[in-house]
Design a protein around this ligand. Sequence first.
Ligand SMILES: Cc1cc2nc3c(=O)[nH]c(=O)nc-3n(C[C@H](O)[C@H](O)[C@H](O)COP(=O)(O)O)c2cc1C
Length: 194
Amino acid sequence: MSLVLDRTAPTDAPILDVLAERWSTRVFDPESPIDESALRSALEAARWAPSGMNHQPWRMIVARRGSAAHQQVVDALMGFNQAWAPDAGALVVVLAETATAEGEARPWALYDAGQAAAHFTVQAHAEGLATHQMGGFVADDLHTAFDIDRRFQPVTVIAVGALGDVDAAEEGLRQRELAPRVRRSVEESLLVDD
Ligand SMILES: Cc1cc2nc3c(=O)[nH]c(=O)nc-3n(C[C@H](O)[C@H](O)[C@H](O)COP(=O)(O)O)c2cc1C
């Protein structure tokens, strides 16, 4: 399966197609239910992410559009995210287990949860799902809504679902979708390249 809109990154060196083609849409199809098989594979990919000491310090909340949980996650989103993200078939909250129940710190929890989220998005794209991660949410609202222990820190909310009709989207959204994809060069990221 492939997404219709081509947003392939103009890379300076060859990379895997799935990495070049993944991008963060803000136009989801508000009618399509989440593809359960594809979602399952994305969650499975997150499961197989590496982690420090194999602690797997991540947890997910899967909130399908139309569910009570979905409304709770939508309510926790900030600003403009509330305008487009609710259309996605599901919102997946990724949380990091920053400490064990016994109070032992999990120092790599945020890093590991991020890796799990990255695995999720890449697999989702390969399955034909669009994704968009969000840091714009109120963590306290998620803690309250789902009665989650404070040792679990919400890290990102991933909107995931079928790509919508970009041409039919409101002009502001459409422009964002079609804007060039940019990154600084590899060289600018290399503090040392001996
Ligand atoms: C941790 C994280 C938080 C983000 N937060 C938001 C957000 O709150 N709202 C939003 O519209 N995009 C958000 N984004 C999307 C980024 O803006 C986007 O990934 C970046 O511009 C690169 O675009 P691309 O994913 O299409 O390559 C976030 C991405 C990440 C990884």
